[in-house]
Ligand binder design. Structure first.
Ligand code: C2O
Ligand code: CU
Length: 482
């Protein structure tokens, strides 16, 4: 295991150096962020960890509600925030905050978001993990022009889950998301309510991502993984979080463009994983370690009642145990608090797997010479539909990473189940409803996907290491009537 980690680290480091800008440089909008070969950014020195409290993103309030619909306004705009104490950082946001506000939706109630794009580049908001028609999916070609306004309509006909929204404008999404354009979208339902999980102030969204800050506090952007040595949690560098000595539900999303994590508590203690990308697991999984690749979500419950007031526990990243990203945040345990929440032994029933009739294969690779992202040897082409899928079909997709750097694989609209990775069944924490599968160097993942949705039309699949998608590691398919 340790050897594997060391190997991965090496691969990440060299891979990062290989993945320069390739075909993307010409589309990088801001001259000040244009990478120059051979230069090292004047990144800020190491930030002293645990100096700032972890903020909890605000819940966005609807502008109005009708019988079955909640209406929101959420504009894209530039904002200034403080990441390094005393320095201004200009960010691109939804609603003015880093990350954007939390939208709390209910299964079966429609959400309508009215959005004006107040930045000077086209944007496209994608609700990652939403079961939604193509017109509202926020695809890479469906841009909202600067100054324009549109609405996105989400029916929320899906089970309780932790989703997130982020920009998806083709090629510029990597920079837009890097500069701040993402936020949480949580769907609740009656099944989840009945479980009695930690809720209210004890149900906390936690967005973890890396970033590269210049000395003056500004965000440094290129496509190098190695240019992002600092960790932000809910927009603050390696914060502390004061918790009561009771159970907390933490909804973790890896909001990084490129960096995979593997989390553990510094005391080695276990916690419970209760959910994956697209909903609750059938039963809680007790574990001491949580891998999370870019875009993946995991719902965990940590019971701090095990600790005396004054105990400090660091959330660590074991993939990079010796660098500036080794420590993510710190939990500072305070007094006990009344806790009537529980984690029942049975959480959800997963839908039965259908009978697959089609197998497709996908090979992911970055061309080191050109920087092009390739799936089956081809770069994304908006004029090419890669294949069609029959509505209602069940398929097996085999995804191979033939590179020495990590990739992962995301499909719009659907959830899927991981059948195996290199022939080994997934760990219990990966065996739930997924919409991203991590495919580490040399691995082959097999997933089973059902297309039983009420929508026809164009959807996308891509590597969710967003810079790779921007470089063309993406494809599109049409769902057609069977
Ligand atoms: Cu989270 Cu196509 O994206
Ligand atoms: Cu990739």
């Amino acid at each position: 295991m340790n050897n594997r980690r060391e190997l991965l680290k090496l691969m990440l480091a060299t891979g990062g150096a290989l993945v320069v800008t390739g075909g993307l440089a010409a589309r990088t909008m801001r001259p000040d962020s244009e990478p120059v070969a051979g230069t090292v950014p004047a990144l800020a020195g190491p930030i002293t960890p645990f100096q700032t409290a972890m903020p909890i993103p605000e819940v966005l309030q609807p502008t109005s509600r009708s019988g079955k619909t909640d209406y929101y306004t959420l504009d894209v705009r530039q904002a200034v925030t403080e990441i390094i104490r005393g320095k201004d950082t200009t960010v691109l946001t939804y609603g003015g905050t880093l990350p954007g506000p939390v939208i709390r939706a209910r299964s079966g109630r429609t959400v309508v978001i009215r959005q004006t794009n107040r930045i000077d580049e086209g944007t496209s908001m994608h609700l990652h993990g939403a079961v939604v028609d193509p017109e509202n999916d926020g695809g890479p070609m469906d841009l909202v022009a600067p100054g324009a306004t549109r609405t996105y309509t989400y029916p929320n006909q899906q089970v309780a889950t932790t989703l997130w929204y982020h920009d998806h404008a083709h090629m510029t999404d990597a920079e837009h998301v890097y500069r701040g354009m993402s936020g949480f979208y949580l769907i609740g339902d009656a099944n989840e309510d009945a479980l009695g999980l930690p809720s209210g102030g004890y149900d906390v969204p936690v967005m973890i991502r890396d970033v590269g800050l210049d000395d003056d506090g500004s965000l440094y952007f290129d496509h190098l993984f190695t240019s992002r040595p600092q960790i932000l949690v809910n927009g603050k560098p390696q914060p502390y979080f004061r918790v009561r000595a009771r159970k907390y539900r933490l909804r973790m999303v890896n909001g990084s463009n490129l960096r995979p994590f593997e989390f553990k508590l510094s005391n080695g203690d276990s916690f419970q994983q209760i959910g994956t990308d697209r909903g609750l697991l059938p039963a809680p999984v007790t574990t001491t370690s949580l891998p999370l690749s870019p875009g993946e979500r995991a719902d965990i419950v940590v019971d701090f009642s095990r600790y005396a007031s004054g105990t400090r526990i660091v959330l660590e990243n074991t993939l990079f145990p010796t660098d500036t990203t080794a420590q993510i945040m710190r939990f500072d345990v305070g007094d006990t608090a009344r806790d009537t929440s529980r984690v029942p032994g049975k959480l959800a029933t997963l839908p039965a797997l259908g009978t697959p009739t089609v197998t497709r294969t996908f090979t992911l690779t970055l061309d080191p010479a050109t920087g092009a992202g390739l799936i089956n040897g081809r770069q994304f082409d908006m004029d090419r539909v890669d294949f069609t899928v029959r509505q209602g079909a069940t398929e097996i997709w085999e995804i191979s990473n033939i590179d020495q750097i990590p990739h992962n694989f995301h499909i719009h609209l659907v959830d899927f189940r991981v059948l195996d990775i290199d022939g080994t069944p997934p760990a219990p924490g990966q065996a739930g409803l997924k919409d991203i599968v991590s495919v580490m160097p040399g691995q082959k993942a097999r997933i089973q996907v059902g297309f039983d949705y009420p929508y026809l039309g164009r959807y996308y699949y891509h590597c969710h290491l967003i810079d790779h998608g921007a470089m063309g590691m993406m494809g599109q398919f049409d769902i057609v009537r069977s």
